[in-house]
Write a protein that binds this ligand. Structure first.
Ligand SMILES: Cc1ncc(COP(=O)(O)O)c(C=O)c1O
Length: 488
């Protein structure tokens, strides 16, 4: 059998996971994985808005994060438009807070602001980026389960639109700090609705046992019958220095189905209505967090933002009607769904080796080849495969190839056998040292989680817009790495 490009399609390796198919055309780009504007040119080389990856390597080196600003802005707008449309008749629209933890630098803050979004931060450092970018504090939220006094002061100095309080302890601390300053803190309470969504399924029980949020379970505090969530509402109402805006939840990440979001929204609305009645208050805001999934491999099929937004809006509309309350203003906090697919990481191939591996379940005497393709980065620029067993895909980027597919494992250069960039991928057999590989879907939680393990310099980030590229975060130098070593 022969594919469109003339490649022979071979049977898959028995070592490959069940979901991984041998691609019909190894040169083809599976569209959901890539930013708009990424394609192969007539020479077969990967380009972004016409810039070839070899030019990018010459100018900026590898590894390199290549981010499409055009695509980032389009995804931010698409999310915001989809949710604003779906909720327009319910609460006048939605406030979209871009989750900065996924990838943050001052340029990104400016794009977010220019596209009409707000910013979700989770530390004093992220607030420093927000401040340097000049976004108004009113458009910024601060999260975190262990905010320092300094971070709380900074939030009040910047007059943040909301501090998302995570525990009873913290509520008292925020109240005391605000009172001492003669200030009022605008607060949302982060609740754990007992809905934890993970990847494709959600489980509506059990997830009390984690560090985030105030439990909604009836017996979660020592005060008989009061949940931690209710105790926090009661305390917030008592504190003169707290302006209680509403409730927040975040049920997980990389979620494809809207059901978990909808269930969490229902639970929070039930609670919100009960608190409004019991404490004679109005809670005007409800934040349903982030977690919308993206494609990392060809088998991932994320739903369009509009579909999720419509499903969530339908639930909020009917629940508010059933409870007889006017709908609170809804906010969401997508990170990965905005930045994840805007970026690919460019690596140069170095060492290659092939090992023979026992066929699973075949008794040890049948072995199959697995090729290890080493690249010039690894777990220091993308720890997600090590941390979460995350799957990625990769393509040969510097040229097209008609060679047959070979099951490959893309690995980094760190002193760690778990240093895997892409666990299983079919790459052309003729991949060789000096070739460039591109790994798509690395915009979220890759650069943000990067490290200097083995004293590797963290890569730079290049943003591409209108056919030109510019560094928005420069890569580290050896001097940067040595700067903090006091040598005493
Ligand atoms: C509170 C909160 N909001 C939003 C997000 C963003 O999640 P995602 O990037 O999956 O949309 C996270 C991620 O951990 C989070 O903890």
């Amino acid at each position: 059998m022969t594919s469109k490009s003339g490649q022979s399609s071979t049977a898959g390796s028995p070592l490959a996971p069940g979901w991984l198919e041998v691609p019909a055309d190894l040169n083809a780009l599976h569209e959901p994985l890539w930013a708009a504007g990424v394609e192969r040119n007539s020479d077969g080389e990967l380009t972004i808005e016409g810039l070839t990856v070899s030019e990018l390597q010459r100018q900026y080196g590898t590894p390199l994060f290549v981010l499409s600003e055009t695509d980032f802005r389009a995804r931010a707008r698409a999310f915001s438009d989809a949710f604003n449309d779906a909720f327009a008749d319910i609460c006048g629209g939605v406030d979209v807070y871009y989750a900065g933890k996924s990838f943050l630098c001052t340029s990104v803050v400016r794009w977010v602001e220019e596209e009409g979004l707000r910013l979700d931060t989770a530390s004093g450092g992220e607030l420093a980026v927000a401040a340097r970018a000049g976004i108004p504090g009113a458009d910024v939220a601060l999260h975190g389960n262990n905010k320092s006094d300094g971070e709380i002061h900074r939030a009040l100095d910047m007059q943040l639109g909301r501090i998302v309080v995570d525990s009873l302890d913290e509520l008292d601390r925020v109240a005391a700090i605000a009172a001492n300053r003669g200030d009022t803190a605008k607060v949302m309470l982060r609740l754990t609705p007992g809905v934890h969504a993970h990847t494709h399924e959600f489980i509506a029980t059990a997830h009390e046992d984690q560090k985030f949020g105030l439990s909604m379970a009836g017996d979660s505090t020592e005060k008989a019958g009061l949940s931690a969530a209710e105790e926090a509402v009661a305390a917030a109402v008592r504190h003169g220095s707290i302006d209680l805006l509403g409730l927040h939840c975040h049920i997980g990440s990389q979620i494809f189905e809207p059901d978990g979001f909808a269930l969490a929204a229902e639970k929070l609305l039930d609670f919100l209505a009960a608190m409004q009645t019991k404490y004679s208050i109005v809670l005007p805001e409800l934040d349903l967090g982030g977690g919308y999934g993206i494609a990392y491999t060809p088998v991932d099929t994320p739903r369009p933002a509009a579909e999720i937004a419509q499903a969530m809006a339908a639930v909020v509309r009917s629940k508010c009607a059933a409870l007889g309350i006017s709908a609170p203003r809804i906010s969401i906090e997508p990170g990965r769904a905005i930045v994840g697919s805007t970026t690919f990481t460019l690596y140069e191939v170095g060492t290659l080796k092939t090992v023979r591996v026992d066929s699973p379940g075949a008794g040890g005497d049948v072995t199959h080849p697995r090729r290890y393709v080493s690249v010039d980065g690894g777990m220091s620029d993308n720890p997600r495969p090590v941390l979460y067993d995350a799957d990625y895909s990769a393509i040969l980027a510097s040229r097209a190839s008609d060679a047959a597919p070979q099951l490959s494992r893309v690995v980094g250069k760190h002193c760690e056998s778990g240093d895997i960039v892409v666990r299983d991928v079919y790459l052309p057999k003729d991949v060789a040292a000096g070739d460039l590989l591109a790994v798509p879907g690395t915009g979220a939680y890759c650069w943000a989680l990067s490290s200097n393990y083995n004293y590797l310099a963290r890569p730079g980030v290049v943003a591409v817009r209108d056919g030109s590229a510019r560094l928005i975060v420069r890569g580290e130098t050896e001097e940067d790495l040595l700067n903090r070593d006091m040598g005493v």
